[in-house]
Design a protein around this ligand. Structure first.
Ligand code: EPU
Length: 333
């Protein structure tokens, strides 16, 4: 295990906030994780993945844990499926790349999302019509309190849109160490989202779908290696049908983009933000991204306050203009 004190978190968050952590500890096995949990019991502990869905708002006066476990293995198979167990610290896109090479499908629509396996199971990452929950079979986790292991079934994870039990009742209580994905040997492409079908070409394979997704993402979203960001900053709001109909009357246009959902209508936050005129606008070093206003970026000099001020101003304007509340998907730390 590797323990560092008073280190900069700059390399550990994709927003590139230059804040410090009192302790940064990395483990390479479940035994090491248990030892760290024992050693720092009672202290403020935050487990991070690639730091691609959080905003450090100030120095972190506690212990940051990170996993250096990054393997995957086949744990079972039948005629149609393969069950792959992946370590929490494996970069999701590396896993997807390998699976596509082997012709194993189910995760290809999630290509190029920054982040590691453990976090994907906490926040139920999703893109292009697929969510992690569609292929998660079980999640293995260690209780922070006493180091015991618990296996959660998919149902027990209580997945929802960018949501799970680990973001609610069990927030901060468990460290997910492994995720078992139930994947397919026979490919059935999921191409109904946006222009994915035309981009994937005829006779799609997991790899051609992966490449199409990467192409679309590269056109719309900033490269985290070049521009600081945490992907989508806000969640898409799900409103009642009444609210949606009021909105179409308000703007005198029935072409308000929307997706019917169980329990309401999902409106793209990107559209609401663009209507409020925020696309490309800046507050200090923080900017609402020109190509996809759901994303806030660090133009190089953004402080945590710049990002929070920009986010708050956008939320306020959307609420003021449309009466709809949008909330951050990014976790403020
Ligand atoms: N739109 C605009 N203006 C824009 C861009 C988009 O009005 O400049 C509207 C359009 O109506 C468009 C709609 O927003 O049809 C949806 O846009 P997009 O397909 O880009 O998807 P999104 O709903 O904005 C979600 C995820 C993304 C994911 C894409 C594709 C959330 C919070 N975000 O964005 O996830 O890549 O769908 O599936 O659900 C991420 O989580 O970091 C992320 C990028």
């Amino acid at each position: 295990m590797k323990i560092q004190e008073n280190i900069s978190l700059l390399p550990h968050n994709t927003f590139r906030m230059d804040v410090k952590a009192r302790v940064f500890a990395e483990y390479s096995s479940v035994e090491e994780l248990r030892a760290l949990l024992e050693r720092y019991r009672g202290e403020k502990i935050l487990h991070i993945g690639a730091g691609s869905n959080l905003l450090f708002t100030k120095d972190f006066d506690g212990v940051i844990l990170h996993s250096a476990m990054c393997r995957a293995r086949c744990v079972s198979e039948d005629n149609d499926h393969v069950w792959i167990e992946a370590d929490n610290g494996l970069v999701m896109d590396e896993l997807i790349d390998q699976l596509c090479d082997m012709g194993i499908s189910g995760l290809e629509n999630l290509s190029y999302i920054p982040g590691e396996v453990g976090a994907s199971a906490v926040q139920n990452v999703g893109a292009y019509g697929v969510e992690a929950k569609d292929v998660i079979e079980t999640v293995r986790a260690i209780a922070k309190e006493d180091g015991t292991e618990r296996v959660f079934t998919n149902a027990e994870c209580r997945y929802g849109y960018r949501d799970s039990v680990f973001k609610n009742e069990l927030q901060g209580k468990y460290v997910i160490t492994h995720v078992v994905f139930r994947l397919n040997k026979h490919f059935e492409a999921k191409l109904d989202y946006g222009n994915l079908r035309s981009e994937a070409g005829d006779n799609p394979t997991p790899t051609t779908v992966r490449n199409a997704v990467i192409g679309i993402r590269k056109q719309k979203l900033p490269e985290v290696s070049e521009i600081g960001s945490a992907g989508s900053f806000f969640k898409n709001p799900i409103v009642s049908r009444d609210t949606y109909e009021t909105l179409t009357r308000q703007i005198r246009d029935d072409r308000v983009p929307h997706y019917d959902q169980e329990g309401g209508v999902k409106i793209p936050a990107a559209w609401l933000i663009e209507q409020c005129g925020w696309k490309g606008k800046k507050v200090g070093g923080a900017q609402c991204y020109e190509k996809q206003p759901l994303v806030l970026v660090n133009t190089g000099s953004a402080t945590p306050k710049d990002i929070m001020d920009l986010a708050a101003a956008i939320c306020w304007d959307v609420k003021d203009k449309f009466g709809i509340e949008i909330s951050p998907e990014v976790n403020y730390i």
